[in-house]
Design a protein around this ligand. Structure first.
Ligand code: GLP
Length: 269
C-alpha cells in the first residue's frame, strides 16, 4: 500500500488525475471503476479540465461505478447515475453506452449483482478503481463486517452512513437504506486501486485502513491485500497515522525513482 500525503487538495487532485491519465493514455480502452461522494469531486473536475484544455480523451474508456441506491430511478437528483452525469460524463467525450452504474430500480435487486459482475468480466475486468472511504471504513457500500470475499450485491447501510449521506437529501426526500454495491472481492480484483480521502472526519478510517489489523470490521483494510493500491490523503486525514513520517519519506524516494523512469513504466495491465 502506497500512502501519499498532500498539503492541499489541488495537489492531491492533480496527482490522482495523473494516475488516471497515465492509465487511459497508455491503454485508451481502459476499464475504470468510479466512485461517488465528495471525495473524488476534485479528481473529476481536474479530468474534465484536462479533457477540455488538453484534449484528454475518454472516447474508448469503459466505466463501472461502485454502487447505486436501491429504490430511486436513474434520473433522480440523488442517484449515483445523476451524480456521474453531472460531475463527469457530460463534460467529457465518453460514450454513455460505455458507462455502467448498478440498476437500483431492478424488479428483483437480488439479481442485479451477478449481472453486473458478468458485465465487468465481459469488459475484461477493471484496470483502475477509484475509491473514497466512509467514516466507518466502508468502501463502495461495503459496510463493517462485509465479507472480504464479497461480490456485487444488495447491502443495508449502517445508521452512520445513512446519517453521513443525509446531507445530500432534503428533509422530505426519500433516502434509501439499501444499496447495490460491488463487493470487496470485486474491488480487490481491480488491477490498480486509488483511494482519495480528505478531512479530519476520515482520520480514524484512514488509520484503521492503513495501520489497523486486516478486518472485515474496517472493510477498507482489505486493501492491505491489494498489490497496487495508492492512498491519496491530506494532512488532516493522515493525522492519526503512526508512520506518517515514513510514508512521506517513501513518497520522496518514489519521486526520485519516477524522475528516472517515465510514469507509464508504472502502468501495467
Ligand atoms: C458513500 C459512497 C462511497 C464513498 C463514501 C464517502 O456512501 N458509497 O463510495 O466513498 O460514502 O463519501 P464522501 O466522499 O462524500 O465522504
Amino acid at each position: 500500500m502506497e500512502v501519499l500525503i498532500f498539503p492541499d487538495s489541488q495537489s492531491l487532485d492533480r496527482k490522482s488525475a495523473d494516475l488516471v491519465e497515465s492509465q487511459i493514455t497508455t491503454f485508451r480502452d481502459s476499464v475504470i471503476g468510479l466512485a461517488t461522494g465528495s471525495s473524488p469531486l476534485g479528481l473529476y473536475q481536474e479530468l474534465c479540465r484536462r479533457h477540455q484544455e488538453q484534449g484528454l480523451s475518454f472516447a474508448k474508456v469503459k466505466t463501472f461505478n461502485l454502487d447505486e441506491y436501491v429504490g430511486i430511478p436513474d434520473d433522480h437528483p440523488q442517484s449515483y447515475r445523476t451524480f456521474m452525469n453531472k460531475h463527469l460524463f457530460k463534460h467529457i467525450d465518453i460514450d454513455l453506452g460505455n458507462t455502467h452504474v448498478p440498476n437500483g430500480m431492478a424488479e428483483n435487486p437480488l439479481e442485479t449483482g451477478p449481472a453486473y459482475e458478468q458485465k465487468i468480466e465481459e469488459a475484461g475486468g477493471i484496470d483502475l478503481q477509484v475509491l473514497g472511504v466512509g467514516t466507518d471504513g466502508h468502501i463502495g457500500f461495503n459496510e463493517p463486517t462485509s465479507s472480504l470475499g464479497s461480490v456485487t450485491r444488495v447491502k443495508t447501510l449502517t445508521e452512520q452512513t445513512f446519517e453521513d449521506n443525509s446531507r445530500f437529501f432534503t428533509a422530505d426526500e426519500f433516502q434509501p437504506k439499501l444499496a447495490i454495491t460491488m463487493g470487496i472481492k470485486t474491488i480487490l480484483d481491480a488491477r490498480r486501486v486509488i483511494l482519495v480521502a480528505q478531512g479530519e472526519n476520515k482520520a480514524d478510517a484512514v488509520r484503521d485502513m492503513v495501520e489497523g489489523p486486516l478486518s472485515a470490521f474496517c472493510p477498507a483494510s482489505a486493501l492491505q491485500l491489494h498489490q497496487r493500491t495508492t492512498i491519496l490523503i491530506d494532512e488532516a486525514a493522515a493525522s492519526k497515522l503512526q508512520l506518517r513520517d515514513y510514508y512521506q519519506f517513501v513518497g520522496k524516494m518514489q519521486e526520485q525513482l519516477t524522475e528516472k523512469h517515465s510514469p507509464s513504466d508504472w502502468v501495467r495491465r
